[in-house]
Design a protein around this ligand. Structure first.
Ligand SMILES: Nc1nc2c(ncn2[C@@H]2O[C@H](COP(=O)(O)OP(=O)(O)OP(=O)(O)O)[C@@H](O)[C@H]2O)c(=O)[nH]1
Length: 395
């Protein structure tokens, strides 16, 4: 399953984001990963369910009227402070946790109401752009530190006649969440000395920085947007590389709680909600304040940030394997039972492997359930494809 990690300084709103995003799962008891441990839970990305192209909705527990929620894992990493890569505030331990993440949500306090350490200061004091860059810098220095610490071993190996510098670096870095392909791609694009002894700190830092950018893409979550001064929002909009999502994590938490108690109709990612039950004036007022913020930012930003991380930054799309190509069901008659997040460029065979890791040589071919036609071996699947896999096992 894809893992999204929440990183940021203390008090940026990570736990609030995490609680809101993972909350719906309290009810989904039949899901095996509902609570993995204290800071690892299940949340969802949202997409358009293919059942909208049929006469009736699919009825899947993860589909609400055609809004399809696809499970992913969410990791809440404790607050990082400047100097984390040197171990400040248990920083190394927390940075190590990011090794397990495919993509990172960098939660910043857009209001500028907390200093570098996360302590409260008057709103507008701290420049939120500093929060954006500090996490990236800490991650780069952390990875550079790992390379540094292991460099002696690389130097030692270089005395052997079979030594290959690319191989040695790949071996060193694949232990930290990078694939061989990632390391190879980075090494192709940097100039470096063949002899490890001739490497300077700068070479190692450049390698770490490039590798981090490639293996840990980041979406900036400009949280506390509800109380952020307009100039902060403007700066964040224009001076980041465009992957910033404005959010109100505690607005989302209020909505999820109200929805759970039956007070409102709201599906995560909607840009508005409807009040259903009698509320006290104070409750109504609280929710109306959230509504005003949502109108400004097209929603609370929590779902938008998760979707941006997985669909935009990781470039994934959703495909739906079925066993019956005309009814779009599995063997038990469940309509569109599974939604699988695949990397761009994936073929039907990749989908087959994602669903049945043990399919081996059993894969025969695939059928596009929308057109009922056989799909070629090299055909690249795309968002919303419904696919029947035909294998020797009769799947
Ligand atoms: N105004 C406003 N306050 C928020 C928002 N999200 C969180 N907060 C508040 O910010 C404070 C810190 O939130 P947390 O979620 O505990 O922050 P954290 O990043 O998990 O902090 P650590 O656990 O210390 O790392 C709390 O008082 C929240 O209620 C928001 O969107 N708007």
């Amino acid at each position: 399953m894809i893992t999204v990690a929440l990183a940021g300084k203390p008090n940026a709103g990570k736990s609030t984001f995490y609680t809101a995003a993972t909350m719906a799962d309290v009810d989904v008891a039949n899901y095996p990963f509902t609570t993995i441990d204290a800071n690892r839970g299940v949340t969802h990305v949202r997409t358009r369910c293919p059942c909208l192209d049929r006469e009736t909705r699919c009825g899947n527990e993860n589909c609400r009227d055609g809004k399809r929620y696809v499970p992913i894992e969410l990791l809440d990493v404790a607050g990082l402070v400047p100097g984390a890569h040197e171990g400040r505030g248990l920083g190394n331990q927390f940075l190590d946790e990011l090794t397990n993440a495919d993509v990172i949500l960098n939660v910043v306090d857009a209001s500028g109401g907390t200093n570098a350490e996360g302590e409260p200061v008057p709103v507008g004091t701290r420049d939120p752009l500093e929060d954006v860059t500090f996490i990236e810098r800490e991650m780069d220095l952390w990875l550079a530190g790992i390379v540094d610490r292991n460099w002696e071993a690389v130097e030692r190996k270089s005395r052997s006649p079979e030594f290959d510098v690319d191989e040695a670096i790949t071996e060193l870095l694949t232990g930290f969440g990078a694939s061989e392909a990632d390391v190879a791609a980075v090494l192709r694009n940097v100039e470096y000395p063949e002899d490890p002894i001739a490497w300077e700190d700068e070479d190692r830092e450049r390698l770490a920085r490039r590798l981090r950018r490639r293996t840990k893409p980041i979406v900036v979550v400009a949280n506390k947007a509800d109380v952020a001064p307009p100039e902060n929002l403007e700066r964040l909009r224009t001076e980041t590389d465009g992957s910033v999502v404005f959010a109100t994590a505690d607005g989302e938490l209020a909505l999820r709680r109200a929805e759970e108690s039956g007070a409102i109709d709201y599906d995560p990612g909607d840009d508005d909600f409807e009040i259903r039950a009698d509320l006290t004036d104070a409750q109504r007022e609280g929710l109306e304040t959230v509504r005003e913020v949502m109108a400004k930012f097209d929603g609370t930003g929590v779902q938008t940030a998760l979707d941006a991380a997985v669909y935009d930054r990781l470039d994934r799309f959703t495909a739906y394997p079925v066993q019956d190509a005309s009814k779009w069901t599995d063997a038990r008659g469940n309509v569109l039972p599974d939604a699988v997040l695949l990397s761009r460029g994936s073929t039907p065979r990749d989908l087959a492997y994602a669903v049945h890791t043990d399919i081996g040589e059993g894969y025969l071919h695939a059928i596009d359930a929308r057109s009922n036609r056989r799909i070629g071996e090299d055909h690249e699947l795309s968002e919303g494809d419904v696919v029947k896999i035909v294998s020797t096992a009769g799947q």
